[in-house]
Design a protein around this ligand. Structure first.
Ligand code: ZN
Length: 140
């Protein structure tokens, strides 16, 4: 299973009520710039990616619910705004899913699904990973 290569920390997902408002705050305070802004009605989410284009550091993904009963709106109701998940880039997401399952990590997505910003993604269950929701993403 040494085919499974985890790349860099791609982004940290943060659940918020108003992504644009938070994007402006983070731009002012942290000097981040909006890199991508996408609304995906199927997933019930608007996602704004912020990064510091000079440092090549990992991005921040602000997630705002756009419909009721989406996973992000449920998260906000239960836990309020804050860190939602961390995402690692992988070379081959199917190899990544199998690798984690072989290590007894429970996957939320056993089959990759379409992600934001030209990716396919799969989430691992936080109960298998010390309370942290981990997303694997492969660029397509
Ligand atoms: Zn994400």
């Amino acid at each position: 299973m040494d085919l499974f290569k985890v790349g860099k920390l791609y982004h940290i997902g943060i659940a918020v009520h108003d992504a644009l408002k938070v994007a402006k705050l983070y731009s002012d305070v942290l000097g981040l710039k909006i890199e991508h802004d996408e609304t995906v009605p199927d997933q019930g989410v608007r996602a704004i990616m912020l990064s510091n284009d000079k440092s090549n550091s990992s991005a921040i993904e602000l997630l705002e619910p756009v419909v009721e009963n989406s996973s992000i709106s449920k998260f906000l109701e239960k836990r309020g705004e804050g860190m939602h998940h961390i995402c690692y880039l992988v070379e081959d997401i199917n190899v990544g899913i199998k690798f984690l399952e072989d290590k007894n990590i429970e996957m939320i997505d056993r089959v990759p699904r379409e992600g934001l910003n030209s990716t396919i993604v799969a989430f691992a269950h936080p109960k298998s990973l010390n309370g942290v929701l981990i997303e694997l993403a492969q660029k397509v």
